[in-house]
Design a protein around this ligand. Structure first.
Ligand code: SF4
Length: 72
């Protein structure tokens, strides 16, 4: 398991993360990226994902133009 978080102060809603790793990220109603419902935690901007999705979440984090995603 890994913790994933999207910083909504930084996210500009470009959709890169949701297109690269749709099993983890989706664009929410506010136009910013959120965690898919299945893995969501205390807020829609954070959650816990299984090990087999960590690589794609990290790739999305690396590709985020705003460096708004953290995976740990
Ligand atoms: Fe937001 Fe980054 Fe995802 Fe773009 S790639 S929607 S800026 S979190």
């Amino acid at each position: 398991m890994a913790k994933v978080k999207v910083n909504h102060d930084a996210c500009v809603g470009c959709g890169v993360c949701a297109s690269m790793c749709p099993d983890v990220f989706v664009l929410g109603p506010s136009g910013k990226a959120i965690i898919v419902e299945q893995y969501r935690g205390a807020s829609e901007a954070e959650g816990e994902i299984p090990d087999d999705l960590v690589d794609c979440a990290r790739s999305a984090a690396d590709s985020c133009p705003q460096q708004a995603i953290t995976v740990e």
